[in-house]
Design a protein. Sequence first.
Length: 178
Amino acid sequence: MASEVRNLGGRGNRWRIAGWALAISALLLPFMAMQFTREVNWTGSDFIFAAVMIGGVGLLFELTVRMSDNGFYRTGIALALAASFLTIWANGAVGMIGDEGNPLNLMFFGVIAIALLGSALGGFRARGMAIAMSIAAVAQVVAGSIGIATDPLGGIFSVMFAVAWLGSAAMFRKAQRG
């Protein structure tokens, strides 16, 4: 593990700096847009929510980078984090199904819970993570399919998130092989 952390020197630091600069830029973008248009109207709590979400994803990914030097494993984590982040963001902003107040949107938090619980039960090892992400993909399709009845476009949109979960599962399967 110590050698993995040492490997972060040099080139790794450039990626780390670029990642955190991108995170800060994502927060500055709506702030700058608010200076030029009334279409973007974030409150202080919107910025805090975004900072916690973006910072949380960044910190979890940094933890992964420090714990594993397997590129497939890291990519699997990145895809799972992206799927989780985008699910929460879309649900909070406009809702996956209907508007953000639609109770059907709670199903998608269940998908994230399935991925997290399955990962924990699998000891965060590649094999267990692959299984957990595959089950999350199925749960995503089921939740989206239920939503299609009330919001066809939202249902189809939400089913497409299964691609990220399946991509994550594929990366964990590759990580498991070596």
